[in-house]
Design a protein around this ligand. Structure first.
Ligand code: GCU
Length: 695
């Protein structure tokens, strides 16, 4: 029985498998409990309720003083929970220091120890243990269902320190690019929330390793601009308090013009002494309410949001002023790099939007204070399918930075269409920037060191709202789960994640296998019926759902495909806009040659005639037709797979996903026919296979 609200933390106690498990699990010894650490205490609580959820019993909890001399504890049998430092003595284990937030789960005699380097590590260890119990695997290979006891020997550490969620929640309760109901944080220009719901959300996030969250939209408008004032800070502090025991730090998105808006100063020039003083005082005030605030997130000089450009200053000037206000409090300023001319003239071919982020930020490499974190999107246009990984990754050498992903399906089907995003993210992790040894994205994820190109983590625009199942489309829960898992361990494959999520959500068996297979096909299917081969924007302006092939063609947003009767695309090689020159020479050369450029990026990089012969020996035009016919057919087939599950799923889950597949099918049909007709009318060349194209 799937309780959609519980996502991947399903109640499994009815499963008889668990009855046969280790009886020692009914005693939990908490070493160092007197520490009154909120996160540690939460870990104990999660273990208690997790065992109840999975095994059907609530274990006895025995607090044990730290110090390691408690002989009585040594004689006991059960689960031991504590920091490495405390458990080391008790079990006389040769345990060397581990990285922050890392954990170890180990069976010793009849005991199980869950230990972390710190309280966060213990909490993550508890969640991992509970997952592994369900996944029935140990040491990644042994199937626990074969044995009568659970044996563990696991050690994990997060790939990077910043694992963040960005909410684009507006203070009126709507969500920019939200497809799962209203905001869980805001309503009617106020912070309005249901405490238990936010706590359940914190638990879900923490269970997948998330440790930072910004709760308001990066477009900071209206009353949201006052979130950093005395009027709203008490409520913001109450939200921070819900996330705190789960090891998640709250961030607030701020407006660059706050000194004018809140402080009533004449300017917000970051080099103006009055402005510097204002940010310092206001930040002190914020920290008096939320002493452990993670910091501020900012969208500056981007799509109409104010920034340092209005005073002829650059992004480093802007970021450093905020950074210095945050520094005494240990706070970070996360500065987005989604900066481009959003008022372009489509006639002007001298500009190329994908070049803008690199052009704006690379020259500033080394000019940012050490508590500034830059946040570029993974691609250079805007979360489009088929965008190459942005060239600044691997290129920054003296700038702390993270990568921004999008879990909410703005351009990937609005949580109506199924689109399993870990497939995309696996490709991103695999991208080789080729700027030296070990320079694939997954190899660059790690702690920052001066002179290195390490990516210190990830932020992603989340896909949840007040819908009972959180994500609108129940299967879109897999994208949130997958984000946490993949950024914790970038070597994971999309297929591992699909399998894990299905087992946790649906249990083992045929149902789970079918759903996993559906998920794994969904991204490539989606890619087939939308804008072809990475050409970018062909979506309906504003909403970004469904086709409108020339919808953005004459707009100000710089997102043009320039299709005419002979060719389509923008030449972004050195003979064109020069975008590919922003990459390392080998990557630039790989992109510049259409025969080595991946098909999924082909029209992002090249302008090609319709009769261009692609790698499979077919023309570009014929490939456009083929993929669009196939895309629709594949949605139909996926829906057929789903229908096989009618008797094995709860009616509500089955029907809500089915109705989404029906809507996806009509969307795919619209894309297929509009795209095929458009190119047929432009080129005058029909489909080789004679399938129906509406002329
Ligand atoms: C996209 C999106 C906007 C959002 C922007 C951003 O352009 O459509 O709604 O504000 O990205 O990332 O800031």
């Amino acid at each position: 029985m799937l309780r959609e609200y519980d996502c991947w933390l399903q109640n499994r106690k009815k499963n008889t498998f668990y009855d046969s498990l280790n009886p020692e699990f009914n005693a939990v010894y908490v070493i160092g409990m007197e520490s009154s650490d909120l996160i540690f205490n939460q870990a104990v609580e999660e273990l208690r309720t997790g065992l109840l959820r999975l095994f059907g019993f609530s274990p006895a909890i025995y607090p044990v003083k730290s110090g390691g001399n408690d002989k009585k504890a040594e004689e006991k049998k059960g689960i031991f929970l504590g920091t490495r430092e405390n458990l080391k003595n008790l079990f006389n284990l040769p345990m060397e220091k581990m990285a922050p937030s890392s954990f170890m789960i180990k069976s010793i005699d009849k005991n199980l120890i869950i230990t972390g380097e710190d309280a966060e590590g213990i909490l993550y260890g508890v969640f991992r243990f509970l997952f592994l119990v369900v996944l029935k695997t140990e040491n990644k290979s042994r199937d626990l269902s074969q044995g009568s006891s659970l044996e563990f020997d696991i050690r994990e550490e997060p790939s990077s320190p910043i694992r963040m969620i960005n909410h684009w929640d507006n203070i009126n309760g709507t969500i920019e690019r939200g497809y799962a109901g209203s905001s869980i944080f805001f309503k009617d220009d106020k912070i309005v929330y249901e405490k238990e719901r936010v706590k359940d959300y914190a638990r879900l996030l923490s269970s997948i390793g998330i440790n930072a969250l910004s709760f308001n939209n990066v477009n900071v408008r209206g009353a949201a601009r006052m979130l950093i004032t005395e009027e709203m800070l008490p409520d913001a502090a109450a939200i921070a308090a819900i996330f705190r025991p789960f090891g998640i730090k709250l961030f607030i998105s701020v407006n660059f013009n706050s000194p004018i808006i809140i402080g009533k100063l004449p300017v917000s020039d970051p080099l103006d002494p009055g402005v510097i003083e204002w940010w310092k005082n206001q930040t002190d005030l914020v920290y008096s309410y939320i002493p452990d605030l993670g910091g501020f997130l900012i969208k500056a000089d981007s799509e109409g949001q104010p920034g340092p450009f209005q005073y002829g200053r650059n992004h480093a000037d802007g970021a450093n002023t905020l950074a210095r206000a945050l520094k005494p409090h240990g706070g970070l300023i996360i500065w987005r790099c989604f900066v481009y001319n959003a008022a372009q003239d489509w006639r002007d071919r001298t500009q190329d939007r994908p070049k803008a982020a690199y052009d704006n930020f690379l020259p500033l490499d080394g000019s940012f204070d050490d508590n500034v974190i830059l946040q570029p999107k993974y691609g250079t246009l805007d979360f489009q399918v088929g965008e190459p990984v942005a060239p600044m990754f691997g290129a920054f050498k003296k700038t702390r930075h993270i990568m921004e992903l999008q879990i909410t399906q703005e351009y990937t089907g609005h949580q109506i269409d199924l689109c399993f995003l870990p497939t995309l993210w696996e490709g991103i992790m695999d991208f080789n920037t080729d700027r030296g040894p070990n320079s694939r994205i997954r190899e660059l994820v790690g702690n920052y060191r001066e002179g290195s190109s390490f990516i210190e983590g990830f932020a992603a625009v989340v896909n949840i709202g007040l819908d009972n199942n959180w994500t609108g489309h129940t299967l879109a829960q897999a994208n949130l789960y997958g984000y946490g898992r993949m950024i914790w361990d970038p070597s994971l494959k999309a297929s591992d994640i699909a399998r894990e999520w299905c087992l946790l959500s649906f249990g083992s068996g045929k149902t789970s296998e079918i759903i996993s297979a559906i998920l794994l096909k969904s991204y490539r299917t989606y890619e087939k019926y939308i804008a072809p081969f990475g050409v970018g924007f062909m979506v309906t302006p504003g909403s970004h759902y469904g086709p409108n092939i020339e919808g953005y063609e004459y707009s100000r947003w710089g997102t043009y495909h320039r299709a005419d009767t002979k060719a389509i695309g923008v030449d972004r090689t050195s003979s064109g806009t020069g975008y590919t020159d922003q990459y390392s020479p080998s990557v630039a050369a790989m992109f510049a040659n259409p025969s080595s450029c991946p098909d999924e990026n082909l029209l992002f990089i090249h302008r090609l005639p319709y009769d261009f012969i692609m790698k499979n020996g077919e023309s570009l035009l014929q490939n456009i037709y083929n993929t669009h016919f196939e895309g629709y057919d594949e949605v139909f087939a996926l829906m057929g797979e789903w229908k096989k599950l009618k008797d094995s799923l709860e009616e509500e889950v089955y029907n809500s996903v089915l109705s989404r597949f029906e809507r996806q099918l009509s969307n795919a049909r619209e894309w297929r026919d509009q795209i095929n007709t458009y190119f047929f009318r432009r080129s005058g060349i029909g489909d080789k296979k004679g399938r129906q194209i509406y002329g």
